[in-house]
Design a protein around this ligand. Sequence first.
Ligand SMILES: *Cc1c(COP(=O)(O)O)cnc(C)c1O
Length: 228
Amino acid sequence: MDRRDELRRGLDLTWTAIGSACARAGRSADDVRLIAVSKFKPAEDIRIAHELGQRDFGENYVQSLLAKQAELRDLPDLRWHLIGHLQRNKARQVAESGACIHTLDDARLAAELNKRASGAQCSLDVFVQVNLRGEPQKAGCSPEAVPDLVELITSCTHLVLVGLMAVPPNSDDSDDVRGNFAALRQLAAQQTLPLARLSMGMSRDFEIAIEEGATDVRVGSAIFGERG
Ligand SMILES: *Cc1c(COP(=O)(O)O)cnc(C)c1O
């Protein structure tokens, strides 16, 4: 199979599975945004996926996001998402890229991003990343820290808070997986402001995530194949 056929197959299977999960949950497939996670894959893969109709792409590193954005400058309708940990010293670059940021998890980073977005005269869509289980090796703020961070971001005139994001623990127990997604949904519902979006679910569990309310699923290997 050539690369185009492989990617067409991966995207078709993913779009179909999203449609079925939405039907099971009584949701419209238009309410779910598929973010094709293109990390470690060449810009050429993104170009092919774009030809096949995919528009949202996710990268883990600011550097790769910028490099691919530059290489694909002739495709103006691509939408970029930063889904990996963001360091404060990369805030200016990511603000200038205009990417949606899924990994905002502390107050100083929010303030820096706001300042840089203001300098770039743009506004950025952001998700607050939550570390639901307090896993030490993972980024994300604690569930208890969410209300203060939400309030702070709301006062940032160049940031638009769109929702919450999580990368729950890897588990073979589907009830456990479902419970974590439900916990993120409940946490969003408890906030004083409406948080419309939930960024949750990867290749192995995006269908469960959709059943539990995901609006943004981040799918890599199911589309592009295994890493490397
Ligand atoms: C790599 C990654 C994904 C996609 O993972 P797959 O298992 O390849 O679908 C989603 N979210 C984050 C934060 C990631 O780092």
